[in-house]
Design a binder for this molecule. Structure first.
Ligand SMILES: Cc1ncc(COP(=O)(O)O)c(C=O)c1O
Length: 225
């Protein structure tokens, strides 16, 4: 007989989550340190963003457009993708959490690189999922290392493309090979938070793959570029 609980207890998995550890904002003896780990813009933000934000203050008594129609059409045009294929979130983090919530049942797993972004694993653990880490020898993720971790309970594979802070990426060919080797019911999520910064001609943001596949999600964010 299990002991009666004396207080509410989170479901399994929650207490095993290691809290996200942000970089240092203060350094003793340095009056205005510049924190690089969050990639915030130290030059301030654009005058256009300031004006849009100020204009929005006058409409704060109303719910915003939950479908984000104006943004949806602008982003759809920019990426040449059907508007209905887009999902908007409160940062990439929310979209990553939604992916885990939608696809993971307790005991399922996600596969990510050992230097991948912490939010993938936090969201998976909150869904009682297992987190399987693919080795990144020389700080590089490869299809072979990812596929070693994939089994019949794998529902999601998260790739950071390019990696943060490794700066490495998989080539388009590697992405296509990985996708071809994954079972069709596994979601391949290609996190492009830093895609706009990758100027190597071999870089591939995965959007072409996503355009022609039902199991590829590409994320982008306004918070870096
Ligand atoms: C690889 C990666 N993906 C996603 C994010 C989160 O971005 P957002 O600000 O859109 O939640 C970060 C933030 O540092 C990141 O490094």
């Amino acid at each position: 007989v299990s002991q009666a609980r004396t207080r509410p207890e989170p479901k399994p998995g929650i207490l095993g989550i290691t809290p996200y550890k942000p970089g240092k904002s203060q350094v003793e003896g340095v009056p205005h340190p510049v924190k690089l780990s969050s990639n915030e813009n130290i030059l301030g933000f654009s005058e256009h963003a300031r004006a849009a934000y100020a204009a929005a203050v006058d409409r704060m008594n109303l719910y915003p457009d939950g479908r984000a129609d104006a943004l949806r059409h602008a982003v759809a045009d920019y990426f040449r993708i059907e508007p209905e294929r887009l999902v908007f979130g409160d940062g990439t983090d929310e979209v990553l959490h939604l992916l885990n919530q939608v696809f993971l049942e307790p005991g399922d797993n996600i596969v990510m690189g050992q230097y991948g972004f912490g939010a993938y694993s936090i969201g998976a653990r909150a869904c009682q999922g297992e987190v399987r880490m693919a080795a990144e020898p020389d700080y590089r993720l490869t299809p072979a290392e990812i596929l070693k971790q994939v089994d019949e309970r794998t529902r999601l594979v998260f790739i950071t493309q390019p990696g943060n802070p490794t700066g490495t990426f998989m080539t388009g060919e590697e992405l296509r090979d990985l996708h071809a080797a994954l079972p069709p019911d596994v979601v391949l999520c290609i996190d492009g938070a830093y895609a706009e910064f990758a100027d190597d001609p071999r870089f591939d943001d995965g959007l072409d793959l996503a355009r022609g596949a039902q199991n590829v999600v590409v994320t982008h964010t306004f918070s870096k570029i």
